[in-house]
Ligand binder design. Structure first.
Ligand SMILES: *[C@@H]1O[C@H](CO)[C@@H](O)[C@H](O)[C@H]1NC(C)=O
Ligand SMILES: *[C@@H]1O[C@H](CO)[C@@H](O)[C@H](O)[C@H]1NC(C)=O
Ligand SMILES: *[C@@H]1O[C@H](CO)[C@@H](O)[C@H](O)[C@H]1NC(C)=O
Ligand SMILES: *[C@@H]1O[C@H](CO)[C@@H](O)[C@H](O)[C@H]1NC(C)=O
Ligand SMILES: *[C@@H]1O[C@H](CO)[C@@H](O)[C@H](O)[C@H]1NC(C)=O
Ligand SMILES: *[C@@H]1O[C@H](CO)[C@@H](O)[C@H](O)[C@H]1NC(C)=O
Ligand SMILES: [Fe+2]
Length: 444
């Protein structure tokens, strides 16, 4: 008896041994944390997933109704930086030859185990359609107030993409990255169906952002390379740019990244502004975690007028993003980090440039900023100061998320839904632009 028990303990504890003998599929080889992201264009979709043991031949199978295409992906071993040095395998495969606008079924896995079947709709081609986006930041593993609604809406086909503007899980690396695993499982009901496009936040900083860098797959459409820190892509009549505000704060990971990113941003904006490109995709939208402006009742950097994101490095006055984005006529700048919702009047250098007094967002004279960081996390919601600055248009201290509809080349509608008010629309506004491009500074 004693001997038998010893044997079974051996079998339970030594997975590799039992695997070799009995050819059973083990849970550590089972695909999980499945999520999509946009590929180089509408004919591609990237799928990323995790297993805890190494697998042979990570594969995605997909097709219309039936699986008739199969693509082998690549695996990367990721070792978390925590005390346990937990390791996992991240698998990436690109579904190609997609028919824009077509709905596909897919599953991922290998000879050692397959995922459930998911579906997605390949993004439409060209600029003559109206992308619908869900946008938010600061969504945690705990107190994720907006998550149930987002899961349902995403599966109901309400969105073409989800944009998460930094701060995940709280934190991806917590409890030796187990919180990261839990979070990635929580968003699977959203992210396995709709491309989940991310930006980096301060909560991702541990071990040089390695959980963030390894778990997501953001493709820069011009190079075809994955770069989760900064990348851009086109969606309908919009050019969307995601970048890192964190390079300006975690200097211990290297200062050169700030310069590399700034140069890339300028190159990307020059390209997007070429007349032939801006004519097709007139909207330029940026996403970065820490805002340039805020009226939050705290001591975050956006409370200080010469903060580094807005004005660049003190004394040297380089790498400031407000001048760069103004110069190249960015239309909409989306931020998070503050756990609230704040909309600004069109603003440049602390001055308001309303289109007109009655229609401030019709042909505005400067970019429009919105901060949407209230998706829900263990840190709760932030309050506002009593006397906000004159450039602040709307302030909402509720849990919620934003929805954007880019109707066409001239109209873009922004809505804020409150999770505390049954997801009613608690703010909405429409930017109307007859012409997009660098702003013309009004002389007073
Ligand atoms: C999409 O990208 C792939 C790879 O770069 C390219 O072969 C294909 O022609 C592109 N398709 C369209 C419609 O742009
Ligand atoms: C898979 O099936 C679809 C629709 O039935 C068809 O259009 C497509 O050409 C097929 N692809 C391959 C690789 O057989
Ligand atoms: C942090 O990671 C980046 C790549 O994401 C790399 O360029 C940089 O050198 C790393 N910094 C350190 C200190 O290892
Ligand atoms: C901008 O427009 C809003 C809404 O009409 C108005 O309340 C605000 O005072 C205007 N600001 C300036 C500087 O004109
Ligand atoms: C609004 O506030 C800014 C400082 O935040 C100031 O420079 C500007 O003059 C004020 N504008 C008006 C119209 O009061
Ligand atoms: C653009 O969309 C808006 C809002 O749906 C609509 O009112 C307008 O007519 C559209 N413009 C064109 C040129 O289709
Ligand atoms: Fe943050």
């Amino acid at each position: 008896m004693r001997f038998l028990c010893f044997l079974c303990i051996l079998i339970i504890n030594f997975g590799d041994f039992s695997h070799g003998f009995f050819k059973v599929s083990r849970v550590r080889e089972q695909p999980e944390q499945i999520h999509l992201s946009l590929g180089r264009n509408s004919t591609e979709m990237v799928v990323t997933w995790t297993t805890f043991d190494k697998i042979k031949g990570p594969t995605v199978e997909y097709g219309v109704k039936k699986f008739n295409q199969s693509i082998e992906g690549k695996s990367t071993k990721f070792v978390d930086g925590g005390s346990e040095k937990r390791s996992m395998y991240i698998h990436r495969a690109v579904m190609t030859n997609l028919q824009p606008g077509q709905t596909y079924v897919y599953r991922v896995g290998s000879e050692s185990g397959w995922s459930p079947i998911f579906w997605f709709t390949a993004v439409k081609d060209g600029s003559d359609w109206s992308p619908r986006l869900a946008v938010y930041g600061d969504l945690g593993n705990d107190n994720a107030r907006t998550l149930p609604r987002l899961q349902k809406d995403a599966q109901n086909g309400q969105f073409d993409a989800i944009l998460h503007v930094g701060d995940f899980a709280y934190d991806l690396n917590s409890d030796n990255a187990r919180i990261g695993d839990d979070f990635m499982r929580q968003i699977e009901p959203i992210a396995a169906y709709v491309p989940y496009q991310t930006s980096v936040g301060n909560h991702e900083q541990a071990y040089n952002f390695s959980n963030y860098v390894n778990r997501f797959s953001m493709v820069d459409s011009s190079t075809g390379q994955i770069n989760n820190h900064f990348y851009s892509y086109n969606l309908g009549p919009a050019h969307i740019i995601s970048f890192s505000t964190e390079f300006y704060f975690f200097l211990e990971y290297g200062r050169s990244q700030m310069y590399t990113q700034y140069d890339w941003l300028e190159k990307d904006l020059i390209e997007a502004n070429k007349p032939e490109n801006r004519a097709v995709r007139p909207w330029i939208i940026t996403l970065g975690h820490r805002p340039m402006y805020c009226n939050t009742k705290d001591t975050d950097e956006c409370r200080y007028r010469d903060n580094v994101i807005r004005k660049g490095i003190p004394v040297f006055h380089v790498l400031g993003l407000e001048d760069l984005f103004y110069k190249y006529g960015v239309d909409l700048e989306i931020w998070a980090h503050e756990h609230l919702y704040e909309r600004l009047w069109p603003i440049y250098d602390e001055q308001v440039y309303n289109g007109s007094l009655s229609e401030p967002y019709t042909n505005p004279g400067a970019p429009v900023h919105v901060t949407t960081g209230s998706a829900g996390c263990r840190e709760g919601i932030d309050p506002f100061v009593i006397n906000p600055a004159n450039w602040s248009a709307v302030r909402i201290s509720d849990y919620g998320f934003s929805q954007i509809t880019i109707h066409n080349k001239t109209h873009l509608t922004f809505e804020q839904l409150s999770a505390e008010k049954d997801h009613q629309v608690v703010d909405h506004f429409t930017i109307i632009k007859a012409k997009h491009g660098p702003y013309i500074k009004k002389t007073v």
